[in-house]
Design a protein around this ligand. Structure first.
Ligand SMILES: N[C@@H](CCC(=O)N[C@@H](CS)C(=O)NCC(=O)O)C(=O)O
Length: 226
């Protein structure tokens, strides 16, 4: 297989790229990375020194591609499929990149910070980090709510890379910091994302690993079994 994806089934940035691969039925071989295992970690860091997942290795073209958004653009360029995750029009591309960045920066990042705090022992948690992450999520929820007044998907009428970013970010964010009642469009968008077959597949594959998620008790039952 030409494409290898170094990833873990629970990791939100891995979900982002898996959704892109599943949308276009792009064949690839998953390489399971266990950062808690010294051997697996060392093998992964040898591939990409930051130790951040996912990483795509294209053996056909001899390329190692890190960073989820770059990976999705790379797939569009070299392995395009029926679902264009980046539009052809350059202005429309800017809009997709904008929403991809906004979702990564203001939903994925604060969500990850809250989860990271939960992974620490209670005495080592920083309440300020958690409260400022919650404030960022509140701001981002309102931002996305406003954007959805005129858009079905994050960056327009079509499902794009921005929605690949939105799905895992909002899935986990809705668990660690539920949407307020005022964000009705956001809640409906979240449902549209969860109903997308590529997203449902990724979440089903994550199920056996939800045990490792520190807030597992808050995951809605519908995501835990069929
Ligand atoms: N900017 C990176 C972020 C990747 C990232 O944060 N990955 C997380 C998993 S979702 C990770 O590898 N965390 C391991 C660690 O921080 O040790 C991307 O877009 O791919």
């Amino acid at each position: 297989m030409s494409l290898k994806l170094y990833s873990h089934p629970l990791a939100s940035y891995c979900h982002k790229v898996l959704i892109a691969l599943y949308e276009n039925r792009t064949p690839f071989e998953p390489v399971h990375v266990d950062l808690g295992n010294a051997q697996s970690r060392a093998a992964f860091v040898a591939v990409w020194p930051t130790g951040k997942m996912p990483v795509l290795v294209d053996e056909r073209l001899g390329r190692t591609v890190p960073e989820s958004s770059v990976m999705i653009e790379y797939l569009e360029q070299h392995y395009p499929g029926p679902v264009p995750l980046l539009p052809h029009d350059r202005d429309a591309q800017l809009n997709v990149r904008l929403w991809d960045r906004l979702l990564d920066s203001y939903v994925m990042s604060p969500m990850q910070s809250i989860v990271a705090q939960q992974l620490r022992s209670e005495t080592q948690r920083d309440a300020l980090v958690t409260s400022s992450s919650r404030e960022t999520l509140d701001m981002a929820y309102e931002l996305v709510e406003r954007q959805l007044a005129d858009n079905v998907w994050a960056a327009g009428d079509a499902f794009t890379m921005a929605d690949c970013a939105a799905a895992p970010a909002l899935f986990y964010a809705s668990i660690v910091h539920p949407f307020p009642a005022s964000c009705r469009r956001l809640a409906e968008y979240h449902e549209r994302l969860m109903a997308r077959p590529s997203v449902a597949r990724v979440l089903k594959e994550a199920r056996p690993y939800f045990e490792l998620f520190p807030l597992k008790k808050d995951i809605p039952a519908r995501f835990l079994h069929d």
